[in-house]
Write a protein that binds this ligand. Structure first.
Ligand SMILES: [Zn+2]
Ligand SMILES: [Zn+2]
Length: 558
């Protein structure tokens, strides 16, 4: 196509010059305040439409094509709404805290407090140039103390409600980034950012107790206008399962011999009522008669209690080895099973027989109770483990197909775990019951003797929101020896992140703020005794979990 305007169907005289045309109209929008709302206008506008979109993380490279892709589609939708007569509020902001910014700052040797404002300025310039109908009067920046004052305020409300708690937990630790990683940030046992093999550590962290809301999150999915795939992902993430909590009493050392059952029930009398018990959660209480061994996670608090002297060294070595692995690798189904016998035994409350207690890293402390009753006849993971370790495999469910085949009896060895439906066998008084009926019947029977009860379990975990890094809002807590953790009084918010030149994380696992004595030394707000500020900062996902509330309230400061 000709570009000089001489062709019959070519562009008109002078050609289309986007830089001139766009600058002209963008200038006009600014002049007239076309896209901006005043505080009052936002309150009183009729036929309002809140066009919310993602907000970018302002990287040093500037906007990328993916940003433009996301914002253009959303902006087109906003313009469409305006053309239908609505008053469209379309704000934008910057999600500028977090490890990405901090790592980049470290790499470049520029302090994030210098780097981020220039990135934000560049993003602002670029976002203005693409001509989105953004309301720049209501832009937010999560690193602005005016913004994170409210991030901290939200934390305090949750803390006061008992929904923000500090507890010790095993975490994925990247020894190179020197921080905690979410399971989603570990790819094939390595850190997604730097590909260093991930380790496991136990540290005290702050959690939001989102598990309290598991059922509500589930129930409210019904009314949501989300795609089925997203709903399904949410469903799996919450992971509701119905089953039972069962209790296996630990046998005293002098009755730990395998086979020392002397007939059903005789061991029961040797277990004192206050004997420590191992609790398990199972979705298959019907298979308890087939539980031929117990497995504890290496971090289970009862491991020392059940381990005998002969096995102590082996158990210690195994636990150390497990601690060096990351949490994701341990859950891999296809992984070769490893484990060690503790030398201890517990009582199967259904059969009245003693079963050995093992430690194996395929059981995770933070799922269920950190212990499982192993039913190798009907769970493939347990089957593989039992085969490898030479543990007994008992069939307690007979599928229709197997039962009708000639020569297959209830004692016939299984070649793999049978997870299907069927009727109970080798299960005492419950023989002949269908699986669906056996579940409540066996749970109720064990409940009579205090050895179990029905229970709903969720896969969902509490949300770990603390980070042992520098570039985030300080968690607004003061630790006092006498009062424990105390919330910073709301009048003292924000707790401003101090400018620290040496913000590099180190291998100690504590935040760089823990090196700034003049910052963390404060008086307890309750008793005025010398106390210490929390030196962890909060996760960047906390900043972005409420930004849609700040856009319409940027004009408010109380
Ligand atoms: Zn890393
Ligand atoms: Zn105090």
């Amino acid at each position: 196509m000709s570009s000089d305007g001489t062709g019959g169907h070519g562009p008109r005289e002078g050609g289309y010059k986007p830089s001139e045309l766009e600058a002209k109209w963008q200038g006009r929008w600014d002049e007239l305040g076309t896209n901006g709302f005043t505080r009052d206008a936002l309150q009183t506008a009729e036929n309002r439409y809140y066009q919310l979109m993602m907000f970018p993380y302002p990287s040093a490279e500037g906007l990328h094509v993916g940003n433009i892709y996301a914002f253009t589609g959303a902006d087109v939708h906003g313009r469409f709404q305006r053309l239908t007569g609505k008053q469209v509020f379309e704000p934008i902001g910057f999600d500028a805290f977090g490890i990405h910014s901090e790592n980049f700052a470290l790499k470049q040797g520029i302090h994030p407090m210098d780097l981020i404002p220039s990135n934000v300025a560049n993003f602002t310039r670029q976002l203005r140039r693409i001509g989105g109908m953004f309301d720049w009067e209501h832009a937010v920046d999560t690193t602005d103390p005016d913004y994170y004052r409210w991030t901290q305020w939200i934390f305090i409300q949750l803390f006061n409600a008992g929904l923000a708690v500090r507890k010790e937990a095993p975490v994925n630790w990247c020894p190179s980034c020197m921080t905690v990683l979410a399971n989603e940030q570990v790819i094939a046992g390595r850190c997604e950012r730097c590909e260093t093999p991930v380790e496991q550590r136990r540290i005290a962290q702050w959690f939001f107790r989102i598990t309290e809301y598991a059922q509500r999150l589930l129930d409210n999915l019904d009314g949501l206008d989300w795609s089925e795939t997203t709903k399904k992902a949410q469903l799996n993430w919450i992971g509701r399962s119905e089953g039972a909590t069962l209790r296996f009493p630990i046998l005293p050392a002098d009755h730990r011999e395998e086979g020392d059952d002397g007939g059903t029930g005789s061991l029961e009398s040797k277990v004192s009522t206050d004997a420590p018990v191992i609790e398990v959660f199972t979705t298959r209480p019907d298979t308890v008669f087939g539980a031929t061994y117990m497995v504890l996670s290496p971090e289970h608090p009862l491991v020392d209690e059940v381990t005998d002297a002969a096995q102590a060294d082996a158990v210690t070595a195994y636990r150390e080895q497990a601690a060096a692995k990351d949490l994701v690798a341990r859950q891999k189904v296809e992984k070769t099973k490893t484990g060690v016998h503790t030398g201890g035994y517990c009582l199967n409350p259904a059969t009245g027989q003693s079963i050995p207690i093992w430690v194996a890293d395929y059981v995770l402390m933070e799922y269920g109770t950190g212990a499982i009753m192993a039913v190798p006849g009907h769970d493939q993971r347990d089957f593989d483990f039992a085969e490898a370790m030479g543990l007994p495999i008992v069939r307690v469910v007979m599928g229709e197909e197997a039962g009708s085949r000639v020569g297959v009896g209830t004692e016939a060895p299984l070649s793999e775990a049978y997870a299907g439906d069927g009727v109970m066998v080798n299960s005492g008084q419950f023989d002949g019951l269908a699986v669906a009926d056996a579940k409540p019947a066996i749970s109720a029977w064990l409940a009579e003797s205090g050895r179990g009860e029905t229970k709903v379990n969720y896969r969902l975990h509490d949300w770990c929101i603390s980070r042992q890094r520098y570039w985030g809002p300080p968690i607004p807590i003061i630790h006092c020896e006498a009062c424990g953790p105390v919330a910073v009084p709301e009048a003292d918010l924000p707790v401003v992140l101090p400018r620290v030149e040496d913000f590099k994380p180190d291998d100690s696992g504590v935040s760089p703020l823990a090196r700034v004595e003049e910052w963390y030394q404060v008086d307890c707000p309750h008793c005025a005794a010398p106390a210490r500020r929390e030196t962890d900062v909060s996760d960047t996902f906390l900043d972005s979990s409420w930004y849609f509330l700040r856009y319409p309230s940027t004009d408010y400061h109380d």
